[in-house]
Ligand binder design. Structure first.
Ligand SMILES: [Zn+2]
Length: 546
């Protein structure tokens, strides 16, 4: 087919390269409870740029003004040949909104999709195949016309793996004619099996030839997302849609770190088709995403799990010491795990700190460095040694800063065995100082109650606590405590409710708890009073996405 269609110039994959399309900020962010602020999304986008992915899918601009703004800011800021993609349904309004958000990008990448499987057409969209085909062609052509010949126009056939193959190929042929430069094959529901999926990919590769890049987007419902993605690369796919830590709806997406490290570790299996990812940035990226979303990484997770490079059992350890290759197929350094857990004392200086942070994947200079230095020194006063884990926690805390309309002035609590706790807090709420006292069944409960009481005259809701977690940042009895809370507004219930995370960090766990609670309150408050600048993304739309 369409061999005669000239392939538009643009950010195509070079021969022998697999384009890494990261969708952590779009598909990953759809994971329930993963809602990020615009500032947090920007922070993740900066790390994805350091990781040197090829495409950052920044969001779904039609979902909310907050997501629009986040995508626009990422599009504005991202340089260095990295494309910024936005998702749109094939429906009047969506592509326009997406184009508006990404047209400022150095490399705009429009991603339009429509479902093509009979089950989705019948029960979700209530349209027939002809209509779906016509809509797909219409909006691909529109995108090409608006963004010009150099832009990347990607089309996804949602639920492709459950679509009638003849119809699927007909759709892909038509959208390539209409100007699509990438055709994506999503295994939206994680249904495919590697050999079967590779056969499908092979047929699409054969169909579109040189006219478009073939992409895949695999979900992990059967634990096969990475396997399916790699089988697709072997069958000729040259774009893979992946997320950091495999974050995503339900069981998540194919994980970036697994796919990238497989390509790198076994190049001959993929015809030497590698990626340009700076793999040393994988660990910082993984930690940042885990921290901001509040989703912990299981210890045995491939590549980025806490135990992935720990060779604990005696016999392995002996082998690894004699020659690491006995049990290590990748080095910890290759994914940015610094071997050292050396501590820094009070005298290591600003420059030493800067180098240490660089080793941990954080580039800090100027005023920001001064501030981190002050914080690190204060910490060194509070506890004997400041470890890598402490520094990482400090940097993470900075990444998650939110504008505060509610600030803590002070607190106190009394608590004893067998009795209630009584807590007092003083807050500044929208510029006015308020002190309240409350009782609870423990010190944290009493203080959270006091915060609720202080907020009560100002807000029409109170924060409803959905999750509370506490962990030590490092070992030792003077370790810092890191608290994670997840909250929603009491007035906002049901599956579509906006759920935010809040983090606190202190050598005093009660202080860390209040801090975390107030961060969540400020996010919820900000989302209410200002849908854009403190933007909460939460693209909760009723129908699914690819
Ligand atoms: Zn998806």
């Amino acid at each position: 087919m369409s061999k005669g269609v000239p392939r538009p110039a643009g950010p195509f994959v070079k021969a022998g390269q697999v384009r890494i399309f990261d969708t952590t900020l779009r598909d990953g962010e759809q994971a329930p409870g993963a809602g990020l602020t615009a500032a947090e999304k920007l922070e993740v986008a900066r790390q994805l740029a350091r990781l040197n992915v090829d495409v950052i899918e920044a969001g779904f601009p039609a979902a909310s003004p907050g997501d629009f703004e986040a995508v626009r800011r990422i599009a504005q800021e991202t340089k260095g040949g990295i494309a910024v993609a936005a998702l749109a349904r094939c429906r009047d309004g969506d592509p326009q909104r997406a184009i508006e958000a990404i047209k400022v990008a150095e490399r705009p990448h429009l991603h339009v999709f429509i479902a093509t499987s009979d089950i989705h057409l019948k029960h979700k969209l209530r349209i027939d195949r002809e209509q779906a085909l016509a809509d797909a062609v219409r909006w691909v052509a529109y995108g090409r016309e608006q963004l010009g010949r150099d832009a990347e126009i990607e089309f996804s056939a949602e639920d492709a793996s459950r679509t009638d193959t003849d119809f699927l190929l007909q759709v892909y042929a038509a959208v390539v004619e209409a100007g699509a430069s990438t055709v994506n094959i999503p295994d939206t529901v994680g249904y495919a099996i590697p050999a079967e999926f590779a056969a499908l990919v092979g047929r699409v590769v054969e169909l579109v030839g040189e006219a478009a890049t073939v992409s895949v987007h695999c979900h992990n419902d059967l634990g096969l997302a990475t396997a399916n993605t790699l089988a697709a690369v072997q069958a000729g796919a040259r774009q893979v849609e992946v997320t950091i830590n495999g974050l995503g709806e339900r069981a998540g997406n194919a994980s970036l770190e697994e796919v990238v490290m497989a390509l790198r570790t076994r190049p001959t299996q993929f015809g030497e088709a590698g990626s340009r990812v700076q793999t040393e940035q994988i660990t910082p990226a993984s930690r940042l995403v885990s921290y901001l979303t509040g989703f912990a990484i299981q210890p045995n997770k491939a590549i980025v799990g806490g135990n992935a490079f720990a060779h604990e059992s005696g016999i392995h350890q002996d082998g690894v010491i004699k020659n690491p290759l006995t049990y290590e197929i990748m080095t910890p350094q290759s994914i940015g795990l610094s071997g050292s857990q050396l501590t820094i004392g009070k005298l290591s200086g600003r420059r030493g700190l800067q180098q240490k942070l660089r080793d941990l994947g954080h580039d800090v200079e100027g005023e920001a460095l001064d501030e981190v230095y002050r914080q690190a020194i204060a910490l060194a006063d509070a506890k004997k040694e400041v470890t890598d884990a402490d520094l990482r926690a400090l940097m993470e805390q900075r990444a998650a800063e939110v504008p505060a309309s509610v600030e803590l002035v002070g607190w106190s609590v009394t608590s004893s065995h067998g009795g209630n706790a009584v807590g007092t807090v003083t807050l500044v709420v929208d510029g006015r100082e308020r002190t309240t006292e409350a009782t609870g069944n423990g010190p944290v409960d009493a203080l959270f109650q006091a915060v609720d009481d202080a907020l009560q005259p100002v807000l029409s809701w109170h924060p409803a606590l959905a999750e509370y977690e506490i962990k030590a940042v490092s070992s030792g009895e003077d370790a810092q405590g890191q608290v994670l809370v997840r909250c929603r507004r009491s007035s906002d219930e049901g599956p579509g409710a906006l759920v935010v995370t809040g983090h606190g960090l202190s050598t005093n766990i009660i202080e860390a708890s209040i801090e975390a609670y107030l961060v969540a309150v400020n996010k919820l408050h900000g989302a209410e009073i200002n849908g854009v600048s403190v933007a909460f993304v939460a693209p909760r739309i009723e129908e699914g996405l690819p």
